[in-house]
Design a protein around this ligand. Sequence first.
Ligand SMILES: Cc1ncc(C[n+]2csc(CCOP(=O)(O)OP(=O)(O)O)c2C)c(N)n1
Ligand SMILES: [Mg+2]
Length: 617
Amino acid sequence: MRAPSNRTGGGGFFVAQAPPDDEPSPKDLVMTEQMTGAQSLIRSLEHAGVDVVFGIPGGAILPAYDPLYDSANVRHILMRHEQGAGHAAEGYAYATGRPGVCMATSGPGATNLVTPLADAHMDSVPMVAITGQVATPMIGTDGFQEADICGITMPITKHNFLVKRAEDIPRTIAEAFHIASSGRPGPVLVDIAKDALQATTGFAWPQKLDMPGYRPVTKPHGKQVREAARMIAEAHRPVFYVGGGVVRSGAAQELRVLAELTGAPVTTTLMARGVFPDSHPQNVGMPGMHGTVAGVGALQRADLIVALGARFDDRVTGRLDSFAPDAKIVHADIDPAEISKNRHADVPIVGDCREVIADLVVAVRNDQASGLQGEYEAWWSQLDRLREVYPLGYDAPDDGTLSPQQVIERLGANVGSDATYVAGVGQHQMWAAQFIGYEKPGTFVNSGGLGTMGFSVPAAIGAKVGDPDRTVWAVDGDGCFQMTSQELATAAIEQIPIKVAVVNNGNLGMVRQWQTLYYESRYSNTDLQTAPRDEKVRVPDFVRLAEAYGCVGLRCERAEDVDAAIDKAMAVEDAPAVVDFSVNHDAMVWPMVGPGTSNDNIQYARDMAPDWDDDED
Ligand SMILES: Cc1ncc(C[n+]2csc(CCOP(=O)(O)OP(=O)(O)O)c2C)c(N)n1
Ligand SMILES: [Mg+2]
């Protein structure tokens, strides 16, 4: 295989590069310098360009923590839970485009990484996890803190390695970074036996990787691209269905050119919010279970769907056998396994989205030069009608309590589109996707595929570490926040001034919404008591919790105080700030495509189906 070249932006080949002032010296290239496996691990991370590791030490990984103490290039951030370390590594990757790195000990340290590994796998986040393993003679004996983490994480990593010999460490680390960041990005786990970390070895950083079985296709096939361009011109109701792959490949610019050239509507998934500006007239909103009527309608009524780095997830398609019945499908993805997985692709295109879109631009221009041009006026009048009649909106609660949607809308309006918003999972996540205007790629970060409660705070920490000049807001739920709020200690002590908006509806709100709709309002085990309706006892009190962790704690309970609370949090520069927005308990997320139902049955509000207007061209 060819030697990796320097990675620029998302997608391409990552380069295990040395920091500029630390070029590998000739002695690195020959196995002369003797060191421990642990020292060689840290040296390898330096060569791979790693500047931050999120982790927690323990017995099996302890040898690695000793040389880490001396590293001038690698900062270690001590987290409070390994799950937090994994999500922080993901947040760092989102912010920088480079693999995030986390480190844990064997057994429980490693198993605590399972959730973030699965999360990164589902959402194609480049990440390298390094775990200590018991010494090789102990492997397979049920030794103290032994867990077969390679076996456990086989289905939730892009690849994993068990390293038993010190001399294999540099090559394995180089391969891990290459695999994590090339092709379809994903998590790679490197499990290193303690005796390999302790053994003495010579250090040599590989100048060339030899991985004959791994060769991701990035360059799309010209014939398929030309066919796709022709179909776009001939379609009457085309739509670009844009997913996270377009963000990963850094193709926002190219996408805008293609969209404007063709004049076709664009819908951006939960994973792609911001890659095409919300303010752009061709943006019809998000598709899916809580998408806009126009976004869902554009897919459902299309005669051509051009899927770019998207995977026909069930949350987008609704009931698959009734999804977009009249649409032909062009499906571009870097991972051939995605193509025709859920929906048959009439034109499959395997390649990096940036290259695919750039090639599509050329092909569309050529067609237009020879007079072949799409005509979508009737289509736009249908979609414009849906946008006009069924915009995103919400009613203010009639009991005078604070509206969660309003809190999130005001947050976006006050903080603006240069900030990064990192959501948890639940109603607040959907409102954050709906009511904040995203104009730039990577400004909305969330756990899409796995839907991991607890993602927000540690991922926000990682994002802030990766891009310290950017304002980072975690938009969290009262339930999610309680899963990883201990990482406030990390943020305070390591001086990572994130801001957290807890949308505190006192409940596992999204589950409660389903109980309201599908279980006759029988609220089994969803009341968290974080904001009880009648009494003032809050367990926990998030303001005091924040203060206990060395953060600024604020509370806001009235609509007229929302802007001031946001301003106050924005003014805090030297500490993390947490705002408890105590909001209405009953607000629901709309529109909604009920689970297992067809997109045709989208509800604009409860028991209110849109009138599709069947006047087709
Ligand atoms: C780790 C985990 N456990 C359970 C769930 C199921 N679940 C999805 S949303 C949700 C409620 C989240 O509550 P909260 O954080 O308060 O957000 P809200 O919906 O109220 O905005 C739950 C329990 C999940 N997604 N992840
Ligand atoms: Mg809640």
